[in-house]
Write a protein that binds this ligand. Structure first.
Ligand code: M6R
Length: 614
C-alpha cells in the first residue's frame, strides 16, 4: 500500500531516497516524506501532501545532508492525505522518526493510554501511535532502540513494515515486518531498505527478505543482524535478484501501462519459456509435476483471489472444468477468509496474485492451510509473501508490473492457468492427447496473435475519442468472455473513473437492459466461438433500444460487423484462449479513454498497486 525506502552508507542519502520513492510511488502516492540525520546528528523530517515531486519541491533550500535516512510514499488508511498524516512521524520528544506500511489495529486503545500518560498527537494516523509507544517504552525501561521496538511490536495487533531512526545516532536503522513486505539490500559497505526491490536494484542485486515478526538491526560498517520480536537471532540466505533496471523504466512509452500492454507478446513468451515445448510436445510445470498425485486425485479446486486476479480465476474455472473435469469454485479472498468454509481432504486451493502481497489473499491462504488444504500459488513477484507461504506454485515471470492497472500480469495468469490445466488434463487423461497437442500448439501462437491486435492501436485510439465523454459503459460477454467483460469494465473504471459494469450478456435482459439508450456505449465481446449466435441475439436486443455497440469480433466475422456501430477485430483461437486475445483491445480502449480524459493512468486516484491492508 505504502512505499518504504531507507539508506545507510557512505553516499548522500537524499538522492537515493528520492529516486527510491519515485520507483515506489506506484504503491501509494497521496503524500510523501523523508527523514535524514545530518552530520551533526540532527534529525530532520520533511513531508507533504501530494506526489514525490511535491516533496522534492518542498525540500528545496532545506538541510538535506546526511548519509542515513528513511522515506515514505503513502496510501492513506487512517486519516486523510495531508501534511500532518504523511510519514515519517516524530515521537513526542522528536528524538525518533518512523515510517510504516500496514495497519495497527489496536491503535485507538494504545493511543488512549499514551494520551493519559501525557503524549500529544499531531496526526490521525495509527503510525504516530506506534512511534510514541516505542519512545514511551524506551524511556520507561531505559532500553536501547531495538529492544524498545521489540517490546512495542509485542503489544501491537496488525500489520507493519517499519523503519525507525534516532536523533544523535547516525549509525543505525531498525527495520521490522509483519504481513507487509520488507527487503534489505546489501551493498558495498552500505545498506538499503525497500518495500520491494525496485528502489534497491540500481545499487545492489543482493537482498534479504525479512520474515514475519523479524527485526533487522542495520548498523553502519557492520553486518546486519536479524532477530525476532522475541529476540531469537536468525540467519538468512542472501538472494541474488535477476531484476534489471530497464524493467523499471518506461523505455520511451508515455506510461508504464502502455509499455506493459505492448510487452505482452514477449512476456507471454517468457511465461511459457522452458515450460512449453511444441516440437517435443512437452508441457512442464514443475509445481504440478512435483505434486502429481495431489492433482491426479483432486476432488475439487478452490480459486482465491481479488480484483483482476479474481477475473483470471473465473476464466481458470471454465478452463479447468472443461478440460480437466475437476469441479472448481472461485471466491473473493476477502469473503473466503471471514466465512467458515468447508474444505474437504483432496481439495486444492489455487491462490492468484500479481503482487503476492494482497492481505486478503494471504489471510485466505492461511485459513485454507489451517483446514488442511494444499495451496498452489500463481504470483508474479518473485519471493513475495504468497509465493513463500504456499506449498507449491508457478511464477508468471512477466517482470515488474508498475502501472497500477494490471495488464500483462492478467494475461500471464491466464497463460499459467492454461498450462496448468493442460498439464493436469494430460495427467488425468481427461481429453484426448491429440486435443492437448492442438491446444498446446495454439497456446504458443498466442503471442504472435497479440502482436497483430496491437497493430490496431491507432484505430482503437481513434475510437476512444468518440467515447471519452460517456458517463457510463456496459461490457458484455458470454462463456470464456464473460470474465473478460468484467475485466474490461474494471480497467475502464480504475483509470478513467467512468462508471462501467460488466455482465454475462444473457443477464442483460434481467435488469441492465433498462439502462440502454442512445447514450449508452455497450462493449460486446462477440468473437466466433460456441456462444457466437447467442451473443448476436444480445447485440440485436441492444440495437433495438438504440444502444451504441462496440463489438470485439473475429477477423473472419461477417455478421456482427453489419449490426454493431464499431468493431475491433481479433484473430481466431481456441475458445478457451479467447480471453488472451479479447482482453487486449479492452486494455487499449481503457488506456486511450483515460489519456483523453487526462487521467493519471499509472497512478489513478485512490488506488495502490499492492493492497497489503484489509
Ligand atoms: O496483487 P494482486 O493480484 O493480488 O492484486 C489484486 C487486486 O488488488 C488487483 O488485481 C487490482 O484489482 C488491480 N488494480 C487491477 O487492475
Amino acid at each position: 500500500m505504502c512505499g518504504i525506502v531507507g539508506y545507510i552508507g557512505h553516499q548522500e542519502a537524499y538522492p537515493i531516497l528520492i529516486k527510491g520513492l519515485h520507483r515506489l510511488e506506484y504503491r501509494g502516492y497521496d503524500s510523501a516524506g523523508i527523514a535524514l540525520i545530518n552530520p551533526t546528528g540532527e534529525l530532520n523530517i520533511y513531508k507533504t501532501k501530494g506526489r514525490v515531486s511535491d516533496l522534492e519541491e518542498f525540500c528545496t533550500g532545506k538541510d538535506i545532508s546526511g548519509t542515513i535516512g528513511i522515506a515514505h510514499t503513502r496510501w492513506a488508511t487512517h486519516g486523510e492525505p495531508n501534511n500532518a498524516n504523511a510519514h515519517p512521524h516524530y515521537s513526542e520528544s522528536e528524538n525518533l522518526a518512523l515510517i510504516h506500511n500496514g495497519i495497527i489495529e489496536n491503535y485507538s486503545v494504545l493511543k488512549e493510554q499514551l494520551v493519559q500518560k501525557g503524549y500529544h498527537f499531531h496526526s490521525q494516523t495509527d503510525t504516530e501511535v506506534l512511534i510514541q509507544l516505542i519512545e514511551y517504552i524506551k524511556t520507561l525501561n531505559n532500553v536501547d532502540l531495538c529492544t524498545a521496538v521489540q517490546l512495542a511490536l509485542g503489544q501491537v495487533i496488525g500489520a507493519y513494515a517499519i523503519a525507525v531512526m534516532e536523533k544523535g545516532n547516525p549509525n543505525q536503522i531498525i527495520a521490522a515486518r509483519k504481513s507487509s513486505p520488507l527487503v534489505l539490500g546489501i551493498g558495498d559497505n552500505e545498506f538499503f531498505i525497500g518495500s520491494d526491490a525496485s528502489p534497491i536494484i540500481e545499487f545492489t542485486n543482493k537482498v534479504i527478505y525479512l520474515e514475519d515478526e523479524e527485526i533487522a538491526i542495520i548498523k553502519r560498517n557492520e553486518e546486519p543482524k536479524i532477530v525476532t520480536i522475541g529476540n531469537v537471532e536468525k540467519t538468512h540466505e542472501i538472494i541474488q535478484l535477476e531484476l534489471s533496471l530497464s524493467q523499471l523504466e518506461k523505455e520511451g512509452y508515455p506510461h508504464f501501462m502502455l509499455k506493459e500492454i505492448f510487452e505482452q507478446p514477449n512476456r507471454l513468451r517468457d511465461c511459457m519459456r522452458g515450460r512449453v515445448d511444441v516440437t517435443g510436445n512437452h508441457i512442464v510445470l514443475s509445481g504440478i509435476i512435483d505434486y502429481r498425485e495431489k492433482f491426479l486425485n483432486a476432488k475439487r479446486i478452490l480459486i482465491l483471489a481479488c480484483g483482476t486476479s479474481w477475473h483470471a480465476g473465473l476464466i481458470g474455472e471454465y478452463l479447468i472444468e472443461e478440460i480437466c473435469r475437476i469441479p472448481v469454485e472461485v471466491e473473493y479472498s476477502s469473503e473466503f477468509r471471514y466465512r467458515n468454509p468447508i474444505i474437504y481432504p483432496g481439495d486444492i486451493v489455487i491462490a492468484i496474485s500479481q503482487s503476492g502481497e494482497t492481505a486478503d489473499t494471504l489471510a485466505a491462504i492461511e485459513q485454507a492451510k489451517q483446514q488442511g488444504a494444499f495451496v498452489y500459488g500463481i504470483c508474479n513477484v518473485v519471493g513475495s509473501s504468497i509465493a513463500r507461504n504456499t506449498h507449491s506454485g508457478s511464477y508468471t515471470h512477466v517482470g515488474p508490473e508498475i502501472g497500477v492497472a494490471s495488464t500483462k500480469a492478467f494475461t500471464a495468469q491466464l497463460c499459467v492457468l492454461a498450462m496448468l490445466a493442460l498439464c493436469i488434463a494430460r495427467e488425468r487423461k481427461t481429453i484426448p492427447e491429440t486435443h492437448i497437442l492442438e491446444l498446446l500448439n495454439e497456446l504458443t501462437r498466442i503471442p504472435n496473435k497479440i502482436e497483430r491486435i496491437l497493430q490496431s492501436d491507432d484505430s482503437i485510439q481513434k475510437l476512444s475519442n468518440i467515447f471519452t465523454y460517456a458517463h457510463n459503459f456496459i461490457y458484455l460477454g458470454r462463456g470464456y468472455n464473460y470474465p473478460v467483460a468484467l475485466e474490461g469494465a474494471l480497467k475502464l473504471k480504475e483509470i478513467s473513473y467512468i462508471h462501467a459494469e460488466g455482465y454475462p450478456a444473457a443477464e442483460m435482459k434481467h435488469g441492465p437492459i433498462a439502462l440502454i439508450d442512445n447514450e449508452m456505449p455497450v462493449v460486446v465481446v462477440a468473437t466466433d466461438n460456441d456462444m457466437y449466435e447467442k451473443v448476436i441475439s444480445n447485440i440485436q436486443e441492444i440495437k433495438a433500444r438504440n444502444g451504441r455497440v462496440i463489438a470485439i469480433v473475429s477477423e473472419s466475422d461477417t455478421v456482427v460487423k453489419t449490426i454493431a456501430d464499431y468493431v475491433i477485430e481479433v484473430p481466431t483461437t481456441a475458445d478457451c484462449f479467447d480471453p488472451l486475445l479479447t482482453t487486449i483491445p479492452l486494455q487499449l480502449l481503457s488506456y486511450h479513454i483515460a489519456v483523453n480524459k487526462r487521467r493519471d493512468v499509472d497512478m489513478p486516484r485512490n488506488l495502490a498497486k499492492s493492497v497489503t491492508v484489509e
